[in-house]
Write a protein that binds this ligand. Sequence first.
Ligand SMILES: Cc1cc2nc3c(=O)[nH]c(=O)nc-3n(C[C@H](O)[C@H](O)[C@H](O)COP(=O)(O)OP(=O)(O)OC[C@H]3O[C@@H](n4cnc5c(N)ncnc54)[C@H](O)[C@@H]3O)c2cc1C
Length: 466
Amino acid sequence: MAISRRNALKIGVGASALAATTALTGCQTTAGASAAPAAASKPKMLGHHQIIVVGGGFGGLTVAKNLKAIDPKFDVLVIEKNETFMSCPFSNANLGKLEGINLGTFVFDYAKTVEKNGFGLLHSEVIAIDRKAKIVTTAKGMIGYDILVLSPGIEYNYKAQFPAWDDKKIAHIRRVAPGALIPGAEHVILERELMSMEEGNVIITIPSGKFRCPPAPFERASMIAAYMKKEGIAGKVIMLNETNEIAKGAAFKESWKELYGDMVEHIDFCKLVDVDPKAKKITFKQTTYKDKEDVEGTVTEKTLDYAVLNLIAYNKSHPVIEMAGLEVTPDAFGKVKMNGCSFRSLTDENIYAVGDVVGHGIPPSGQTANWAGKECAKEIAHRLHGKAFEMEVQTQTIKAGNVCFSMVGDQPEEAIMVLHDFSFNGKIITAKGSVPKDAKTGKFRGTATAKQTHEWYRGITSDLFS
Ligand SMILES: Cc1cc2nc3c(=O)[nH]c(=O)nc-3n(C[C@H](O)[C@H](O)[C@H](O)COP(=O)(O)OP(=O)(O)OC[C@H]3O[C@@H](n4cnc5c(N)ncnc54)[C@H](O)[C@@H]3O)c2cc1C
């Protein structure tokens, strides 16, 4: 069994799938933008586009595609640093090695959507934004815009969480204990680490504050437990949570207890102190409280060995937001302050934002980034067509506007879900969440929900890539 895991690693199931899709995507299809590297000293001016979208993820890709669907004459350029699109949603199912799921399930190439929908795509990293001059500087050169849409997603904030770590240590930890909340190599590294482990504990750390997809670490714990159980790997999945919050908590706890017993352990109030990646040890301070009156609690420093560490560091808006100098919410995440329920930033009428960086109260997710991308495209189109944008959504409640599924079991596949309704009152967006139970079994998890998870994923990725 261990041999089969190693063999799978040797033949590089994940790596070859990634290489294949990377090779497919050679598109540098920006009209007027050359792929030639910019001179080191002064970036070269590559051209001008009516609308530039930074980030070809769930939000950005939706904006670009829908702008072109509304008006093919719109001149839209997406700037995306990765050559391939990698979906975070469903990536945990790959760690669970669910039947028929592999790296290719969540890696997509941009070629088809670019060709079919007719927007431009420049693969480069945005490194500066000059709002006054309306210029975006990329690693390949500078490009002017009339309207800028930002959907760059998140970044980790290791410095805030581990002030004593220098850049070298942060880079090393990022490589060997990836957070796997950002699309790209992190997911591949985590998968490889798991596939090569023979025994021992997998530790997942959960940060305090806002972070991308709050149920994701708990779904991941379930999927890793499913994999270890299936493969007969001796060990536990231990979650070190800086708080005591678990998104969809009752549903996850029910599933862990009934499917994995003692194999899955969740520990509250663990403040991480340090990681020794060579010795594979993590040190944390755990606070335990006797009762509700015990406000201070008792702090104990502990060190655990791990075989695999998924260190999810504090999250913040991607630095692209800071580059644009937009006003952000005062919390540590720093989301873009928006103009009411609109997708226009409060600071600059020519800059819009979608996805996880949006500062009004939409629950951030791939689903809502896709929805927001469509709304944002409509809003921009109205403006470019010289019409006042009627905020028709402002008085509505969007039923089940966000549906977030989490796979919890394998053999049979079972999943749980959380639904969020949005309501708009003109200035504020509020969302109400609920976690339904399976009507037949009376349990949170169900096989029908697992089927819906597959359908949802097929639907949203086909919306992005067709
Ligand atoms: C494990 C996991 C599971 C999840 N499951 C679900 C789920 O089941 N359902 C759901 O709805 N959501 C889920 N999510 C959340 C979802 O992935 C995010 O909410 C969504 O991706 C947000 O979209 P976005 O456009 O803001 O960011 P992203 O999709 O991350 O896109 C940002 C893009 O910007 C690019 N970029 C960043 N910086 C630059 C730069 N400087 N220059 C050029 N390009 C740049 C990035 O490469 C990336 O492609 C999950 C997330 C994780 C981590």
